[in-house]
Design a binder for this molecule. Sequence first.
Ligand code: ATP
Ligand code: MG
Length: 242
Amino acid sequence: MSAAEAGDARGAHVAVEHVGRRHPPAVVALDDVSLTLEPGEFVALTGPSGSGKTTLLSLIGGLDRPSTGRILVDGAPLDGQGLARYHRETVGFVFQHHHLLAHLTARANVELPLIGAGMGAAPRRRRAEELLAEVGLSKRLTTRAAALSGGERQRVAVARALANEPRLLLADEPTGALDSTNSALVLDLLVDARERRGATLLVVTYDPLIAARADRVLHLRDGRLVDEPATALRAAAEQPQG
Ligand SMILES: Nc1ncnc2c1ncn2[C@@H]1O[C@H](COP(=O)(O)OP(=O)(O)OP(=O)(O)O)[C@@H](O)[C@H]1O
Ligand SMILES: [Mg+2]
């Protein structure tokens, strides 16, 4: 049973301590990054292309390992032993390009992490249908991912990321490939997940509307956290929102 099912819907606490990630021979993707995500906090992560955003998200998500430093989630270091469980029970991912299996239906895609968690067929199907209803796709349950629109696919991807009630939700430019209507929808789903489930939310984004809704915005440049955002994003974020 996951922590969320047990009634403990508190978001994860994440501590990144002096983390570096190098790719031999000479690429420094991240250089001595330290940060903390408080439980239930919504943090946006920005920075120019190549600044290390995806690298940092992958490390926090346990998809990659730091070259130096360490990452603690709820006080425990991410390491080989606990990773399978971490992926199954704690963390959910939304990628820029949905990463759905094209030949599977929307419902089957959402069921995948539930299979991983060992849920039986009938409850799994029910849960996937509930989640797809939440993202407004009740009419697309049996449509194959390949036949969905871009916005619909990304909503399926959000439903899939939420399937295991993750306490930490990581999204890498989740609205990067979407028009403004679908962007707003996907952002609402993420924010809603955070508000209803108490999840901690870390979103890589160039989108000033996302950054404006975050509790805090972090800026990466050349693999390091910096105080100042890129000028264009700052200017856009300062535009009054109608
Ligand atoms: N497997 C790898 N081998 C070598 N270099 C890599 C590898 N993965 C990432 N890099 C390099 O590390 C740096 C950071 O990459 P990363 O993907 O984290 O950037 P990003 O901020 O997500 O960029 P974008 O906004 O374009 O997605 C880049 O210079 C990239 O070329
Ligand atoms: Mg990236």
